[in-house]
Design a protein around this ligand. Structure first.
Ligand code: ZN
Length: 245
């Protein structure tokens, strides 16, 4: 647990989200996109989120945000604040499939949810519909999810949401490559995570790196499979960001 002083120190070493260029897509056809974490643990304030939504509106860029488990790692009212903020600023919703289909940018929001919290995502369905939101779900460990959960994902996809790949075992890619080699990572963690979704009827356009951890060598290899990669941008100034810009 961090005390008030340490918490304030961490907050003071954080950038405003609106200053984090990597989290804004400007239509440059980039391969590697970077999202910013909305989870409570990432300490991203509502004011900082609002500054990012303002920048997206003012510069006609797409701001990329992600979280994990609604009502657990991120409060539902924070998600609703983001959705309402997008509506109030006339931001368009972008999925990662949209980035693959067209390089055009506009004042927009790309919101994604990572990992395996299928039931909590499904429970958020009405909220997303209320704001006519289209979001992306980056699913890891798909082979372990139940038949019921697969049906719930299908229902979310039918609502217009995007289902994309997020590896098999959610390991750190650069470390796996160091230990087993690049080909082994692609064979064990990338290809099966894409194939299992394609076998269930999803067109897969994007791969999100677990923890955002990536290298240029990994980007080149995975770009042969999907046209869009997602890493992360950190607001913490003292931590090296895996985002290439
Ligand atoms: Zn993840």
């Amino acid at each position: 647990m961090i005390g008030a002083t340490a918490g304030a120190l961490i907050a003071s070493c954080q950038q405003q989200l609106s200053d984090l260029d990597g989290a804004f897509y400007d239509g440059d056809s980039r391969l590697v996109h970077c999202g910013v974490n909305l989870d409570t643990s990432a300490n991203t304030s509502i004011a900082s989120v609002d500054s990012a939504l303002d920048r997206a509106r003012d510069r006609r860029e797409v701001v990329e945000l992600y979280a994990h488990h609604p009502d657990d790692t991120v409060p539902l009212d924070k998600i609703e604040h983001v959705l309402a903020g997008a509506r109030d600023r006339n931001l368009a919703f972008f999925t990662y499939a949209d980035f693959a289909r067209s390089s055009a940018a506009a004042a927009g929001l790309a919101l994604s949810f990572d990992d395996t919290s299928i039931d909590a995502w499904f429970a958020m369905r009405d909220l997303l519909q209320q704001y006519r939101a289209r979001v992306t779900f980056f699913v890891s460990r798909y082979r372990n999810i139940s038949a019921d959960q697969r049906q719930r994902l299908k229902a979310l996809a039918a609502d217009g949401h995007d289902i994309e790949a997020h590896s098999v075992q959610h390991l750190r890619a650069p470390e796996y490559v160091e230990e087993h080699g690049l080909n082994a990572y692609v064979r064990d963690e990338v290809d099966p995570s894409i194939e299992i979704l394609r076998n269930d009827g999803y067109e897969v356009h994007a791969f999100a790196y677990p923890f955002g951890a990536r290298t240029g060598e990994l980007d080149d290899a995975i770009a042969k499979r999907v046209p869009i990669l997602r890493s992360v941008a950190f607001t913490y100034m003292l931590v090296e960001s895996p985002c290439p810009r």
